[in-house]
Ligand binder design. Structure first.
Ligand code: C2E
Ligand code: MG
Ligand code: MG
Ligand code: MG
Length: 287
């Protein structure tokens, strides 16, 4: 016996799924066009040293300047790009653009700190090191200038080839950071196997500092662990002076967050590097 209304419900779900598939397809088509049409941009968010209060690095974050919808967040299109394989082209563009920009900054006489680039797990294949080397060479950029941010999902498989690729990248002179740390499943024992020089505490644990006891305990455990493993520790999403003070007392090395600056355009970042540092010193070292 057929339940009354079950047909309607089925119809409803299938229409909804249909709509989602259409939205996906449209976004994918638009994203392809965006790549061809130069609608992607890199913005740069400073990383501030807790010791000196200076900008000691930055993270390149991709932005999509959509002709009708304005700025589209990577949170909206990176997952789709990963699904469809477009991430290979986007990832290639991001690396190329970061190196082109670093070259231009250097040519303009700026003292450039390392620039971190986010990598999706799918980009992590055996040809990655030689691809990166080719881009660096093309722009005359040293590998020491680049840090790669990867996520725990890459480690969890623990595949030998992942470790081999990481070792190759590190041997080339690139640094590896583990992004969004604490949101995945890696353990202390696990981390030791990978040549990672920097841990980034995920924003979700920073939000509750210093009031949420659980977040404080997690942040403390992560910093202690990183210190044992001689890794640098960066906290992301720092928005308040109270969070900054707590992280400083824990012995965190670098902070990133709206308290200092959101990701800004290349022009704005160059300006900050040139003369914005006093502002950082004032904020980061205020006790
Ligand atoms: P992520 O790598 O963890 O980057 C940090 C995100 O937190 C960025 O969001 C940044 O703008 C945001 N953020 C920084 N400080 C604060 C803060 O104080 N408060 C708050 N509420 N947010 C803050 P965004 O730029 O939207 O990027 C989102 C995610 O998209 C990134 O997370 C990264 O996973 C991914 N992504 C961005 N660019 C790329 C890229 O070029 N390639 C790949 N594969 N992924 C990228
Ligand atoms: Mg990142
Ligand atoms: Mg992160
Ligand atoms: Mg994050």
């Amino acid at each position: 016996k057929v339940e009354p209304g079950s047909d309607d419900r089925f119809l409803f779900y299938s229409e909804e799924m249909d709509q989602r598939a259409k939205d996906h397809l449209r976004l994918e088509t638009e994203l392809r066009a965006a790549l061809a049409d130069n609608q992607l941009e890199l913005h740069y968010q400073p990383k501030v040293s807790l010791r000196s209060g200076r900008i000691v690095g930055c993270e390149a974050l991709v932005r999509w300047r959509h002709p009708e919808r304005g700025m589209v967040s990577p949170a909206e299109f990176i997952p789709l790009a990963e699904e469809t394989g477009l991430i290979f082209e986007i990832g290639g563009w991001v690396l190329e653009e970061a190196c082109r920009q670093i070259r231009a900054w250097k040519d303009a006489g700026l003292a450039m700190p390392p620039v971190a680039v986010n990598l999706s797990a799918r980009q992590f294949d055996r040809r990655l090191p030689s691809r990166i080397l080719a881009v660096l060479d093309r722009h005359g950029v040293l590998p020491q200038q680049i840090m790669l941010e990867i996520t725990e999902s890459l480690l969890v498989g623990g595949a030998d080839n992942v470790i081999a690729i990481m070792n190759e990248l590190v041997a080339m002179g690139l640094a590896l950071a583990l992004d969004d740390f604490g949101t995945g499943y890696s353990s202390l024992a696990y981390l030791k196997k990978f040549p990672i020089s920097t841990l980034k505490i995920d924003r979700s644990f920073v939000i509750g500092l210093p009031d949420e006891e659980n977040d404080c305990a997690i942040a403390r455990a992560i910093v202690t662990m990183a210190q044992q493993l001689r890794q640098e520790i960066v906290a992301e999403g720092v928005e308040t002076p109270e969070q900054m003070a707590f992280l400083r007392d824990l012995g965190c090395d670098q902070l990133q967050g709206y308290l200092f600056s959101p990701a800004v355009t290349a022009v704005e970042f160059a300006r900050m590097l040139r003369d914005g540092e006093r502002l950082m010193v004032g904020r980061a070292t205020a006790t």
